[in-house]
Design a protein around this ligand. Structure first.
Ligand code: AMP
Ligand code: MG
Length: 488
């Protein structure tokens, strides 16, 4: 394990032509202090976690001092924002220091989010607020705990420097780790400019680094696109199954690696509602929960269009045509796993009828599925703990009967089924109010203890953790109306 000075930086992105980025320098952040440090992410970059004790640790992760070997830059990209094309975006506040190659040979980008103004800041101040940094920090680690592909977080460093949003807040820098920060929008910017050689240069770079299995194939670009489509379709299915809404599924927030990326106004659905919109700024509900799979496809179509100089049109269309099958297969499999059905392969009817009932009764999505592992299939058993969550109890009884019939086909014992279900139905998710409590303590008293509690809890969302049971409770009354917007 390395000290900060020994980190094994490489800067492959910085060796691409200058069209792809602007070299920048982080803007000093006055009096930085450590908010939270994720001692489990250090392994990704072979960093000795004791290094977090160093007095100058926060100097490096605020951008006040440069890590040796890094070569800071802001990446260029464009994107479709809420359906409208914006020809130039780029990192307006995030600065890529470079990649660290770890012992296992993996590359991890180290990026400081909120580290100051870049040529792409437009009218922004280059900063991120403490609130949104804590949210991304916690949620990316929570998603990792849930087994959902995501970027990771190393630490949050705060400062009393003021930042103006709807109210005055304070600045923070999140250190984000990801195998790549290339987005769909990274391709779109060159397509819009008709710089087709840059498109192939970027595709070659991404393929060489992340899709080595397709290099040298005659149709390598098509195979690359196929992989992005598959990963994105599977990611959308995982989000749906766990009840996660991203909130800003613009193409500049879509990872070329199919990772959950750029956490803003995300939300975990509490009571089941397919029309759930987690982003208060999304007035038309473009990114409503039930729209996400379709938006995933829309975004992939935008990416595919940028590859028309490299892939025959008919192949592109064929590749896109696979999306819905991959999404549906994955989603149905996951929902049946949530129901504990191994023998029900492609039948969605049981899950569908349950979701309809849950919607009418506004049943807590996470808690219902978790409790379902206790379902007693004996014919005279009412399963009151589940049944009482529904307004129409007879409708639940009818569903429970159907469920019993399906369970008869299962070969596993009920004990084994229950254990298996608890590995896919989490007990704990990052409900908005949990994050809010941690944020308010941090903002008001510089008390960061709740962040660390949540970080630890959400690393193991499938474990009972009996002394933490209160964190599985649905939002209390005071938190029913927390609004999360694009402001960050
Ligand atoms: P986001 O909604 O965070 O994905 O950001 C969309 C675009 O706005 C990206 O190009 C960001 O870099 C940029 N941006 C967001 N907030 C700021 C800010 N405070 N200062 C500069 N640029 C920003
Ligand atoms: Mg973004």
């Amino acid at each position: 394990m390395n000290t900060l000075a020994q980190l094994n930086f490489d800067n492959t992105f910085a060796r691409l032509p200058e069209h792809f980025y602007s070299r920048v320098h982080p803007m000093p952040l006055p009096h930085p202090y450590l908010v939270s440090f994720n001692n489990e992410a250090t392994d990704l970059i072979d960093l000795n976690s004791a290094e977090a004790q160093r007095e100058d640790f926060v100097e490096y992760f605020s951008g006040n001092r440069l890590l040796p070997g890094s070569s800071p830059l802001a990446m260029l990209y464009a994107g479709h924002q809420f359906g409208h094309f914006v020809p130039q975006l780029g990192d307006g506040r995030a600065i890529l220091l470079g990649e660290i190659k770890n012992k296992a040979g993996e590359y991890w980008d180290v990026q400081l989010k909120g580290a100051g103004i870049t040529p792409y800041s437009r009218r922004g101040d280059g900063r991120a607020v403490l609130r949104s940094s804590i949210r991304e920090y916690l949620c990316s680690e929570a998603m990792h705990g849930l087994g959902i592909p995501t970027t990771r977080s190393l630490c949050v460093v705060g400062s009393d420097a003021r930042v103006y949003r709807e109210t005055t807040e304070t600045a923070a820098v999140l250190t984000r780790l990801s195998p790549s920060h290339v987005r769909f929008g990274s391709f779109e910017v060159f397509y819009y400019r008709r710089q087709y050689t840059q498109i192939s240069a970027l595709a070659d770079y991404v393929i060489a680094r992340h899709f080595p299995e397709v290099t040298n194939a005659a149709d390598q670009y098509l195979q690359f696109l196929n992989t992005v489509i598959t990963r994105t379709a599977k990611l959308m299915a995982q989000w749906q199954a766990v009840g996660f809404a991203h909130g800003v599924m613009n193409t500049d927030n879509m990872s070329i690696l199919g990772l959950t990326f750029d956490y803003g106004p995300f939300g975990f659905m509490e009571s089941y509602n397919p029309k759930y919109v987690c982003n208060h700024s999304d007035e038309s509900g473009r990114y409503a929960f039930d729209q996400q799979p379709e938006i995933g496809y829309w975004n992939l179509s935008a990416l595919a269009e940028t590859l028309t100089p490299l892939i025959p049109e008919a192949d592109l269309q064929y590749a896109l045509g696979n999306y819905s099958t991959i999404f549906n297969d994955t989603y149905i499999t996951l929902m049946n796993q949530k129901l504990g059905l191994a023998q029900n392969n492609q039948d969605f009817s049981l899950a569908w009828s349950l979701l309809k009932l849950m919607r009418t009764s506004q049943v807590d999505y996470t808690n219902f599925f978790r409790a379902l592992s206790n379902f007693n299939a004996a014919p005279d058993e009412q399963n009151d703990q589940l049944r009482d969550q529904f307004i129409d109890r007879e409708a639940f009884d009818r569903w429970a009967n159907e469920y019993r019939q399906h369970l008869k086909n299962e070969t596993a014992s009920s004990q084994a089924r229950s254990t298996q279900m608890n590995k896919i139905n989490p007990k704990y998710v990052l409900r908005n109010y949990l994050a809010q409590v941690a944020i308010e303590k941090a903002q008001q008293d510089r008390d960061f203890s709740e962040i660390d509690i949540l970080l630890k809890l959400l690393r193991k969302p499938f474990d009972e953790q009996p002394d933490m049971a209160k964190y599985a409770a649905p939002a209390p009354d005071w938190a029913q109306h927390i609004e999360v917007s694009c402001s960050s």
